[in-house]
Ligand binder design. Structure first.
Ligand SMILES: [Zn+2]
Length: 110
């Protein structure tokens, strides 16, 4: 671990974020690691990780909406269908969609 001037010379860039411990501006090394020159340690920026998690949650929710919409449409199709073979394949499709929905919900609460 080096001092601030050495960090800049080595190609590290100063970030707009500051160290949660001492308030000194943080540096990002060429390797991608974020360090505090004063504390002489690596810093993990937590808020970015939290944002990424929240974003993934939103995507899973929209996927869930898509599956539910398909299930509703499938239900409407089934109610009009009288051919046993067609009903069988429709119900298999519904079964697999319900399985997807279940797994999706389980992964969200996990
Ligand atoms: Zn620090």
């Amino acid at each position: 671990m080096k001092g601030m001037a050495d960090l800049l010379r080595s190609g590290a860039t100063m970030l707009s974020r500051s160290c949660p411990e001492c308030g000194t501006p943080l540096f990002q090394l060429k390797s991608g690691d974020i360090v505090c020159a004063k504390c002489q340690r690596r810093v993990v920026i937590v808020p970015e990780g939290e944002e990424a998690t929240a974003e993934a949650g939103v995507r899973l929710e929209s996927l869930e909406t898509v599956i539910i919409e398909k299930l509703v449409k499938l239900g409407q199709t089934m109610s009009r269908e009288s051919d046993p073979e067609a009903l069988k394949s429709l119900s298999e499709l519904m079964d697999s969609l319900l399985g997807n929905l279940e797994r999706l919900r389980a992964s969200r609460t996990a």
